[in-house]
Design a protein around this ligand. Structure first.
Ligand code: MG
Ligand code: MG
Length: 250
């Protein structure tokens, strides 16, 4: 069931969202050649806990990290490791959630390590732009399909693969709530958006086909064709007008 948040609950989500967004910035500062993904995870965890919050992902479904850290052809759900080191030219996806005051935030971004290829730069830019095309549709009275269709229409026209096996979601007291927010769909179709809904919009875009598979670790999702993937996510509050990006921090 879709949970509509009142203004008091939205204020709590703003707080969880701000800490989540700040944790992404902390991660960005730690992204350098030679750093292990575990070190980045630890920095994220320390920051979230310093804020009095809890990392939403730690222990979620048994996940061992505070953040999902996925490199290059890894799309999402990469497990932080003390043995995995960032290399020049890598692209790194950081996906983080923070829980405080009974509510969650959820946000992801993709960063380059040192100098990255033009192909990687473009993939990251297209993924980010696809999010902003989608979020423009996230207003009261529109439908879930308006968001997905805007994201998919933009990225697929440019020849990218839009992951369909994993989707965005409602968020609030639970990290994953109704409704599902696919990055594809038909304009004018799907659940209606109401002010007070809070959703995570999170395009996962592949340089190759949209197909993915899961590694034997049971978590890491990789592109089926080995191509690069990017991810961009914010927790968004629906209003009658402009949506509020709860995890957007500058
Ligand atoms: Mg996320
Ligand atoms: Mg999410």
């Amino acid at each position: 069931m879709v949970q509509i948040k009142n203004s008091e609950q939205l204020a709590k989500m703003r707080k969880a969202g701000r800490i989540t967004g700040e944790a992404i910035l902390v991660a960005r500062e730690h992204i350098k050649v030679g750093v292990s993904t575990k070190e980045i995870d630890t920095a994220i965890r320390n920051y979230i806990e310093k804020c009095g919050a809890k990392p939403s992902f730690l222990g979620y479904g048994g996940f061992p990290g505070s953040a999902c850290i996925s490199i290059n052809n890894e799309v999402i759900h990469g497990i932080p490791s003390a043995k995995r080191f960032l290399e020049e030219g890598d692209i790194v996806k950081i996906d983080v959630g923070a829980y405080i005051g009974g509510f969650h935030g959820d946000s992801a971004n993709t960063f380059g390590v040192g100098k990255i290829s033009e192909e990687a730069e473009k993939l990251i830019a297209v993924t980010r732009e696809s999010f902003f095309r989608g979020v423009k549709m996230a207003t009261g009275g529109k439908r879930i399909g308006d968001i997905g269709s805007a994201i998919c229409g933009y990225a697929e026209d440019l020849g990218y693969g839009v992951v369909r096996k994993f989707v965005g979601h409602g968020i609030g007291r639970e990290l994953h709530e109704d409704p599902e927010v696919p990055n594809f769909g038909t304009a004018g179709r799907g659940a209606r958006l109401y002010p007070g809904m809070t959703i995570a919009i999170e395009p996962m875009i592949n340089a190759g086909t949209r197909d993915v598979k899961i590694l034997d670790d049971g978590w890491t999702v990789i592109t089926a064709d080995g191509s690069l993937a990017a991810h961009y996510e914010h927790t968004v509050a629906i209003t009658d007008g402009e949506p509020i990006l709860l995890t957007y921090v500058e």
